[in-house]
Design a protein around this ligand. Structure first.
Ligand code: UN1
Length: 513
């Protein structure tokens, strides 16, 4: 691949030709069949990782349970200090880890670095949080009583992450969970197992340097059957899962059956509303990056542009023009804007979505297509496409993880655009481009966007870690990362203390003995 010596990158991250895929920290094992990681960049085999068997999994849980006993009684700032060191190590390894993310997953090197930066940022956030984790104090209705709430560590947190953010999403969860006093078991995507191995090596070294027990950070590997070991296991009180809505429904029902907690980050179907007062240049940047960045494989990718009829032709022409400037190719070559899709199955889904939109009556205005020939040997490179379509088309209602952008028109007031924007099953991210205060406030009001993220004059993707990240409806309702998302990783307790010699009862009840 252009520009990098992948052998050196793998060496720096401790990745060998064949890797153990189960780890409780510094102890690595696993006896399951290996997964081979193939790069979508050049179709080359990178390395293999062995999977986790049921017996391996039992060892992991036993070790996590033991570690929890030590970890939960350390003070939160002491745990924060460990997370601080993890962030420092990530700073040191930012380049090789960013390269591995780019090479194993296919996103641009800039975006690979950006992902590692998000890991560093969430570590900083978690360190500050480790001196907070605050509850409230309330006034009791009874004299001489004090009432307050506190947050205690929860236990083992199971993290199931997707291929598209193979390192950052784990970090958002695990850095917070660690300062909260939880221990974590991570199952990375079967499509990006080496990113998991690399991260686990980094944290394992920090834990060892701090003389901490095995089990605070564990790694398991394999397909959904390995994930299911956790979702059905009542020793794992919280499952945080990122992936498709289909996957989320299965996870939620398995976890729900045992009354566990789940934090779900599922599909999006994100739109930008372009009003008559939009800044055209900003709209083009936001929409094009949102639609083609990460080759359309972010859950926050822009899938729909809802354009006012008075602006429609102007916006359409500007976007079509911008698409002509896109360079598609090796994501490690910084001249390229668009890298490959994750694998050839994703290419098939892209092709079938394009076919479907035409069958339903849509019109392709930027054709798309699969690239072949020199530089495209992996078969995973596709051209970003644009179709004029109607919101109610089945394919438009569906999240296709590929660079396909649907254009549609609205007329009249912004409410008509909001209705289209909300007229899908998913509710992750949304945006409006406008310089009109009335329109933007309407978009942000209770009758406005129904998504977990609603932006003004920026696109739908690229959320910062400081805010709570997640969405409503089929997106699953979970919130991770910033704000008070940490609360889901803890158990809440309400405490009432009587410091008198009387025992008055609440609710005015008299109970004389
Ligand atoms: C995802 O695609 O799973 O806002 C997360 C963004 C990123 C997160 C995307 N910070 O695009």
């Amino acid at each position: 691949s252009a520009g990098i010596d992948i052998k050196k990158t793998l060496d720096q991250l401790g990745i060998k030709e064949t890797n153990q895929g189960t780890s409780t920290g510094n102890t690595w094992f696993s006896s399951g069949d290996p997964i081979t990681s193939i790069s979508p960049v050049d179709g080359e085999k990178i390395a293999s990782v062995t999977t986790t068997t049921k017996e391996d999994y039992e060892k992991v849980i036993a070790s996590a349970q033991m570690a929890f006993k030590t970890w939960r009684v350390m003070t939160a700032p002491q745990r924060g200090e460990v997370v601080r060191q993890f962030g420092e190590e990530l700073r040191r390894l930012k380049e090789p880890l960013g390269q591995l993310v780019s090479y194993e997953m296919g996103k641009s090197y800039q975006e690979g670095l950006g992902e590692v930066q998000e890991m560093i940022d969430i570590c900083d956030f978690a360190v500050g949080l480790s001196r907070q984790l605050h509850g409230l104090t309330m006034h009791s209705e009874r004299p001489g009583h004090r009432m307050y709430e506190q947050y205690h560590s929860l236990g083992i947190v199971g993290i199931i992450s997707a291929f598209n953010f193979p390192v950052a999403v784990w970090a958002w969860n695990t850095a917070l969970a660690w300062v909260c006093g939880d221990v974590c078991v991570w199952k990375p995507s079967v499509k990006t197992p080496l990113c998991g191995v690399a991260c686990q090596h980094i944290i394992a070294k920090i834990l060892k340097d701090n003389d901490l027990p095995e089990g605070i950070s564990c790694l398991i590997n394999g397909d959904y059957t390995v994930g299911e070991m956790m979702t059905t296991d009542s020793r794992v009180p919280l499952i945080s899962a990122t992936g498709s809505t289909r996957m989320g429904r299965i996870v939620a029902s398995k976890v729900g059956e045992r009354l566990g907690k789940s934090l779900l980050e599922l599909g999006g179907n994100n739109a930008i509303i372009v009003t008559p007062d939009a800044d055209l240049k900003m709209t083009v940047i936001g929409a094009v990056f949102g639609a083609v960045g990460t080759a359309g494989q972010r859950c926050t990718s822009t899938r729909r542009l809802i354009i006012h009829e008075s602006m429609y032709d102007k916006v359409k022409d500007a976007i079509v023009d911008a698409y002509k400037q896109l360079n598609i190719g090796d994501p490690l070559d910084t001249n390229n804007h668009v890298g490959p899709l994750i694998d050839t199955d994703a290419v098939k889904m892209y092709e079938s979505a394009l076919k479907k939109v035409v069958e339903e009556g849509g019109k392709l205005i930027v054709e798309g297509g699969v690239l072949s020939g020199e530089g495209y040997e992996s078969g995973c490179y596709v051209k970003p496409a644009i179709a004029e379509a109607e919101n109610e088309f089945e394919i438009v209602q569906h999240e296709t993880f590929a660079p396909i952008l649907y254009l549609m028109k609205y007329s009249g007031e912004v409410e008509n655009a909001i209705e289209l924007q909300n007229g899908v099953a998913q509710g992750l991210s949304s945006a409006i481009m406008t310089n009109n205060l009335r329109e933007s406030e309407r978009f942000l009001s209770v009758t406005g966007s129904d998504c977990g993220i609603a932006n003004v004059n920026i696109g739908t993707s690229g959320a910062e870690i400081g805010g709570a990240f997640g969405g409503e409806k089929d997106t699953g309702g979970g919130r991770e990362s910033g704000s008070d998302a940490w609360k889901v990783y803890m158990r809440r307790q309400t405490n009432t203390i009587n410091y008198t010699t009387e025992l008055p009862l609440a609710q005015g009840i008299k109970f004389d003995l």
